[in-house]
Design a protein around this ligand. Structure first.
Ligand code: SAM
Ligand code: DTB
Ligand code: SF4
Length: 344
């Protein structure tokens, strides 16, 4: 029996989930997953950095912060044609959502019209649209919604208590304000965080509690494993135990049963077995394509093979945009070929 999602999780309840024996936790997460989703479908999004580097924020994990010398090549806001041609490629390769990220504190009035044009153009291609541009005002969220934005990504990143150790130039409550504007505008919320930043187990509990106790659960919850970037203050932080990463996915699945939980950054550093366990724990979304924003992601061909070996198929797009719900050739042709050659 499926129970209505809760928004009143207490720390001690979440801690007890994390403390369950691994098999008990995964069994429970998988049971909940099956009540709400096709257990063999995974949503696939492709990411593009539309404006790279020289960010005024001081996020200690990030290659794009202007506060650290990471050797990253900076780029201006991309031209509309470049973004649309990348989106076309993503669609041809089988992605159903196109996520565009900019290294900004917030979008400027000068750049905003081009951003809106990107949303309109990507949507016209029949892809779901997602943007992550930093802090937004209520007026900006309304304009994005009008342009056809489906999702806005803005992560809480970590617990309220650990947050100041990671970012000092933007406050936790400001993040919640942006999420509230996004929700009020009728845009779907994509919000999660990063683990493996030297946080304590209680911070992973705190992050999930904040997300699960939002008035409405984010439709998409990216769980990123820190990609260590040379030159940032976190470049030498200890690795998180891989089982604790899988536990994080499983507990997110239990707390937010109807949300897509994304196995997000860090897959390039994971083996296939680890990713398979993350899918079993309830992850049902990935970034697909050989680049995240500035770092490597597994090759699309490797992901197709992994899906085929696991009998996983990409989830069809569900959105109010042009092609609503229909995946037509050539979308997914590659996945289909990989599945066939793996004997499915
Ligand atoms: N600048 C915008 C912002 O921060 O809201 C959007 C882009 S930002 C890169 C999006 C998210 O990516 C961050 O909030 C963080 O959770 C994640 N991220 C960034 N760098 C990462 C890294 N090195 N490893 C794992 N996740 C990372
Ligand atoms: C999210 O939660 N993870 C993505 C996306 N939202 C924008 C970004 C991951 C970035 C990983 C490091 C990089 O490539 O720079
Ligand atoms: Fe800037 Fe976003 Fe990186 Fe923070 S995570 S430094 S806001 S690009």
């Amino acid at each position: 029996m499926s129970v209505a999602p809760r928004h009143d999780w207490q720390n001690h309840e979440i801690e007890s989930l994390f403390q369950l024996p691994f098999n008990d936790l995964l069994f429970r997460a998988q049971g909940i997953h099956r009540q709400h989703f096709d257990p063999n479908a995974v949503q696939v999004s492709t990411l593009l950095s539309i404006k790279t580097g020289a960010c005024p924020e001081d996020c200690k994990y990030c290659s794009q912060s202007g506060h650290y010398n990471t050797g990253l090549e900076k780029e201006k806001l991309l031209a509309l044609e470049t973004v649309l041609s990348e989106a076309e490629n993503a669609k041809t390769n089988g992605a159903t959502r196109f996520c565009m990220g900019a290294a900004w504190k917030h979008p400027s009035a000068k750049d905003f019209p081009l951003v809106l044009a990107m949303v309109r153009g990507v949507r016209e291609l029949g892809l779901e649209t997602c943007m992550t541009l930093g802090q937004l005002s209520a007026e900006q969220t309304d304009a994005l919604r009008e342009a056809g934005l489906d999702y806005y990504n803005h992560n809480l990143d970590t617990s309220r208590e650990y947050y100041d150790k990671i970012i000092t130039t933007r406050h936790f409550d400001e993040r919640l304000d942006t999420l509230a504007h996004v929700r009020a505008a009728g845009i779907k919320v994509c919000s999660g965080g990063i683990v493996g930043m030297g946080e304590q187990a209680r911070d992973r509990v705190g992050l999930l509690r904040e997300l699960a106790n939002l008035p409405q659960h984010p439709e998409s919850v990216p769980i990123n494993n820190l990609v260590k970037i040379k030159g940032t203050p976190l470049e030498n932080v200890d690795d998180l135990d891989p089982f604790d990463f899988i536990r994080m996915i499983a507990v997110a699945r239990i707390l937010m049963p109807q949300s897509h939980v994304r196995l997000s950054a860090g897959r390039e550093q994971m083996n296939d077995q680890m990713q398979a366990l993350c899918f079993f724990a309830g992850a049902n979304s990935i970034f697909y394509g050989d680049r995240l924003l500035t770092t490597a992601n597994p090759l699309a061909s490797s992901d197709m093979q992994l899906f085929a070996r696991l009998g996983i198929h990409p989830e069809p797009a569900k959105h109010g945009s042009v092609n609503s719900g229909q995946l037509e050739p050539p979308q997914h042709a590659q996945f289909h070929d990989a599945m066939t050659s793996a004997g499915h």
